[in-house]
Design a protein around this ligand. Structure first.
Ligand code: SF4
Length: 209
């Protein structure tokens, strides 16, 4: 009977905190839903992929969330925000802003998997310039980069779209960019290609901030 139950993949992590860490309790909760031969996939994007029974998915997500884990869909969605370790402190490095932005955009359906990244200072440990959407806190404000590409022989740095943003302006700009991408990308067009095709000026005009 178990063999006929369908499994689905979910992405799990410990949420935005001082580094991508899991507690022993969180590991035990995850292990509770794994058989001896099951595997946990560690992605490059600070997420773990786990296959769970589809008919148990809601119950499992609820239990994971009670243990402080965060769960996200897998596939063509905005990924959870990759972050740095906030080594100089949560407030100083903008952790509340990173959390709010993650709440607003992670899990949004998009034409092709979109990877956003955040870093709390110009050292850039969160690697914002080689991800689709990158945010870098500089002193008391936020710089916004788009169109970075980490993979392949043609890896590219993102372009600086806007700088010295207040948090609310940053949230609005990122949300508008994602909506624009949803509406105007070609089928399964990666965000990096979309930015190159559409161009910085058109994107700035569209978000109109
Ligand atoms: S980007 Fe800055 S705040 Fe974040 S972990 Fe690196 S040095 Fe620390």
């Amino acid at each position: 009977m178990e063999n006929h139950r369908k499994k689905v993949k979910i992405a799990v992590n410990g949420g935005i905190n001082f580094g991508a860490k899991l507690t022993a309790k969180q590991l035990l909760v995850i292990a509770k839903y794994m058989e001896d031969q099951d595997e946990l996939e560690l992605t490059t994007f600070q997420q773990l992929y786990i296959d769970v029974f589809e008919d148990q998915k809601d119950e499992i997500i609820s239990e994971f969330e009670q243990a402080g884990l965060r769960c996200y869909p897998v596939g063509s969605f905005v990924k959870s925000l990759r972050t740095c370790n906030f080594c100089k402190g949560a407030e100083e490095e903008g952790m509340p802003v990173a959390k709010e932005l993650n709440e607003r955009i992670a899990g949004t359906p998009v034409p092709f998997t979109l990877k956003p990244a955040y870093t709390g200072c110009p050292v850039g440990c969160g690697e914002p310039l080689v991800n689709d959407i990158g945010i870098m806190k500089v002193k008391d404000h936020y710089d916004l980069y788009i169109g970075g590409k980490a993979k392949g022989k043609v890896a590219e740095s993102g372009i600086l779209l806007m700088k010295k943003l207040e948090p609310e302006v940053l949230y609005t700009a990122v949300e508008k960019i994602i909506v624009f991408y949803q509406k105007h990308a070609k089928k399964r067009e990666a965000f990096h290609k979309f930015v190159n095709r559409i161009g910085k000026e058109t994107i700035l005009k569209e978000i109109n901030i």
